[in-house]
Design a protein around this ligand. Structure first.
Ligand SMILES: Cc1cc2nc3c(=O)[nH]c(=O)nc-3n(C[C@H](O)[C@H](O)[C@H](O)COP(=O)(O)OP(=O)(O)OC[C@H]3O[C@@H](n4cnc5c(N)ncnc54)[C@H](O)[C@@H]3O)c2cc1C
Length: 422
């Protein structure tokens, strides 16, 4: 983070034990926020006492964060961390022209265009800026970056740009429900606060799918991770890393981990990677000496006491099983939108939960039942006038950074039209 948020100089030491889910959450958040941090793994009670100042390795005060000024936070929440770093902020206005939920590429783009075009704009993000793109080690197909750019870098540039134009960015704040009264959208946040705006863009993307296996929840963050885990790659030196999923996110993760790990195993249900992976990644994975692909295979069990220790994979054709000893399992099997709030607010979704917009809402050329205006919904407008959807959360969207950025920008154009009529 840079400019208006005093984080560039913030250098945080995180002390904790291996496989600590809390420590992983802190590393992931700081990495995505592009903040330098040092991870100090504690391996004995003695180290816990002398280095972290706690009783032993099982002390509930771990992980401990130590800041440059010598102050410390014990087992902090992300909210406490953002407060400490000076990033936690209250909304500047009691009412905005535009509220955007989700600071992935779509939301960041909407914030840049909204704020630069004179709208009082607020961007609300539940975790760190960047969304899925922020977890990518290198985005190679984004226009203007011929050598690729890391997701965290791209997100940080966009965040800085949005701030320069005057957008309010509220991180570590989650929108939980919404209502639309008298032409205004009211977003209720998990911390009890609310955001009022004349127009709203929902850019909340998708959330990673789970394997739905026993032990999964218990081991999440303790050896089992969702997404490409860029913050963890350098910790995997000489280790065996297992990646589930053969799409571009899994492929990128495999390439990134292969620089550090002894061996990377990609587990895919399909017969080969050819149909799910971009050509450039396929070529590199095929050429990599330390990447193996287990085709027509799925993960059928995961086990471990405090941290992940074993992954059992089963060949779907032969039913033959193999146990892989690993502390590193990354699940990259796509995702689904989390839009339950839309049901409560009467907003139309498709069967999978993606928000329907514009032409997808029309039946025989007619707007949906209850649509109150003479005109049809604008292209990215949902069944609620003034509420727009952009990026991966939208039904029919192309799941790409550039498309999400394009939709974020386009949504702002429709916001102007909506506000002009309102
Ligand atoms: C590992 C990986 C690598 C990828 N690599 C590429 C690539 O090389 N090229 C490419 O074109 N695409 C790539 N993609 C796909 C691309 O990143 C996505 O299509 C893009 O990020 C979608 O942007 P989005 O803004 O719609 O949603 P997201 O990126 O999913 O962002 C949504 C944001 O909304 C936030 N949010 C969710 N719910 C709430 C809520 N209730 N309140 C507040 N905030 C909320 C989330 O925390 C998240 O930050 C990759 C994806 C992954 C996972």
């Amino acid at each position: 983070m840079a400019t208006d948020q005093p984080a560039t100089s913030a250098h945080v030491k995180i002390l904790g034990k291996a496989g600590s889910a809390g420590a992983y959450a802190l590393r992931d958040f700081l990495h995505r926020s592009d903040v330098p941090f040092e991870w100090i793994e504690l391996n004995s009670d003695d180290q816990a006492r002398t280095q972290a100042g706690v009783e032993n390795l099982t002390d509930s005060r771990l992980p401990v964060c130590v800041f440059q000024d010598g102050s410390r936070l014990e087992c902090p929440t992300i909210r406490q961390l953002t407060e400490k770093l000076g990033w936690f902020r209250e909304p500047t206005y009691s009412e905005y022209d535009l509220a955007i939920y989700g600071a992935g590429p779509a939301g960041l783009s909407a914030a840049v265009y909204g704020a630069s075009e004179g709208l009082k704009t607020v961007l609300v993000e539940r975790w760190a800026v960047g969304g899925q793109a922020g977890t990518s080690s290198k985005i190679e197909n984004y226009l203007g970056f011929p050598s690729g750019i890391s997701g965290a870098d791209l997100a940080e540039r966009a965040r800085e740009q949005a701030c320069r134009f005057g957008a309010d960015i509220l991180i570590a704040r989650e929108g939980v429900s919404g209502e639309f009264i008298a032409g205004k959208g009211i977003g209720h946040l998990a911390d009890g606060s609310k955001i009022v705006a004349r127009a709203t863009v929902c850019a909340t993307g998708i959330q990673y799918n789970r394997l739905n296996l026993p032990n999964e929840e218990r081991l999440a963050g303790a050896g089992l991770y969702y997404g490409a885990g860029v913050s963890e790659a350098s910790l995997c030196a000489n280790e065996h890393v297992v990646i589930v999923g053969g799409g571009n996110s899994g492929g990128q993760a495999a390439m990134h981990f292969s620089r550090f790990a002894r061996i990377v195993t990609i587990v895919i249900r399909e017969e080969c990677l050819k149909h799910t992976l971009s050509r450039y990644l396929l070529d590199r994975i095929t050429a990599a000496k330390n990447i193996e692909v287990l085709a027509t295979t799925e993960v059928t069990a995961i086990a471990g006491e405090d941290v992940l220790e074993h992954v059992v994979v089963t060949n779907r054709k032969t039913r033959q099983q193999r146990s892989l000893e690993t502390h590193w399992l990354f699940i990259c099997i796509g995702g689904a939108p989390r839009t339950d709030w839309a049901v409560e607010a009467g907003i139309q979704r498709d069967e999978a939960g993606y928000l329907l917009t514009g032409p997808d809402l029309l039946t025989g050329g007619r707007p949906p039942e209850g649509w109150p205006l003479d005109r049809s919904p604008y292209y990215l407008e949902t069944s609620q006038p003034g509420l727009f959807a952009a990026g991966d959360v939208r039904h029919g969207s192309v799941k790409r950074c550039a498309s999400a950025v394009g939709e974020g920008a386009m949504a702002v154009t429709f916001v102007h039209r909506y506000l002009a009529d309102a």
